[in-house]
Ligand binder design. Structure first.
Ligand SMILES: C[S@@+](CC[C@H](N)C(=O)[O-])C[C@H]1O[C@@H](n2cnc3c(N)ncnc32)[C@H](O)[C@@H]1O
Length: 286
């Protein structure tokens, strides 16, 4: 089923630095993407995902914002349903190909073929994962450096499947790609085929699918709270010396994420940082 999105247009006075704080708050509340404007931000969330615990959650968010409001800035907002077709057109107009470290390109089918080692073609429609977001970009950087050849790999929260596709291009196999969202699940299947990948199996679901699985590498670019709750399962699925790549959270969240990892035998190795977003590498040690 095609998801319907709600777009919340926030006007913030003065615009900076409050817009950044608001985007972080909205990210934690489940908003998926943001378009910054000269007066604030438009934030998008799937209608069926919007505040699943009911209006109370939204009231609380607004309340928190009001507290900041009274002290520092003034926010007004309006919400509207976003037509799927407009969203796609908007997206296509704005999709420029990206290149990471001169080795990996992520582009749409209508862009010219590139001559980098890993030329990934993605038609994301509504799914997250074009390489434009800092977190995807940094996960690509990690994957380009990691020795993945012949390694059993999981891409959790696969979005467009871009990371699973890069893992296969670099020699990983077999690969499982999982997303909770039906649209992403279907989009990953399409993109896997589009890139002639043969070793990726795509599933719709979440961490409960992992009960008897085992991997050498787990990649998960989701968000802080889901990662905190899923890290124990990732740890139990990882083989000794296995690698966990995590992203979807901010620099200030590293201590919390590291602490949870340490409790489960996973130890910090390195990280990338872009615009306060981070992508961390952990290793499982006995
Ligand atoms: C930030 S996007 C990352 C997409 C892609 N892996 C990338 O790096 O560009 C997060 C993805 O996780 C999915 N997701 C959210 N919660 C999830 C969960 N509990 N289990 C699995 N996937 C989840 C979302 O639908 C979304 O596609």
């Amino acid at each position: 089923m095609t998801p319907i999105y709600l777009g919340y247009t926030f006007t913030i006075e003065p615009r900076d630095p409050a817009t950044e704080i608001l985007i972080a708050e909205l990210g934690y509340a489940g908003f998926e993407s943001f378009t910054e404007t000269s007066t604030g931000v438009i934030a998008y969330i799937q209608k069926q995902e919007a505040f699943p615990e009911g209006e109370v959650q939204f009231d609380k968010l607004l309340n928190d914002i009001q507290i900041l409001n009274s002290q520092e800035f003034k926010i007004t907002y309006s919400a509207e349903e976003i037509e799927q077709v407009n969203w796609n057109e908007e997206w296509e107009k704005n999709f420029e190909p990206i290149e990471v470290d001169g080795k990996c390109a992520v582009r749409a089918p209508f862009h010219k073929k590139t001559d980098v080692a890993f030329d990934i073609v993605i038609e994301p429609k509504m799914s997250f994962g074009t390489g434009h977001h800092e977190t995807t970009h940094m996960m690509i950087k990690h994957l380009l450096k990691l020795d993945v050849a012949g390694k059993k790999t999981l891409d959790m929260g696969c979005g467009t499947g871009v990371l699973a596709i890069l893992a296969e291009m670099r020699g990983a196999q077999p690969i499982d790609a999982i997303d909770i969202d039906n649209w992403c699940y279907l989009n990953t299947i399409e993109n896997v085929e589009r890139n002639n990948c043969k070793h990726i199996t795509t599933y719709e679901g979440e961490v409960s699918l992992l009960s008897d699985k085992n991997y050498d590498i787990i990649i998960a670019n989701i968000n802080r709270n889901i990662l905190l709750s899923d890290i124990p399962t990732y740890a139990s699925c990882l083989s000794e010396d296995g690698i966990l790549l995590l992203s979807g959270f901010y620099t200030e969240d590293i201590p919390l994420i590291s602490e949870k990892c340490n409790e489960h035998g996973l130890y910090f190795v390195s990280n990338y940082e872009r615009n306060n977003w981070v992508a961390c590498k952990f290793e499982k040690r006995g």
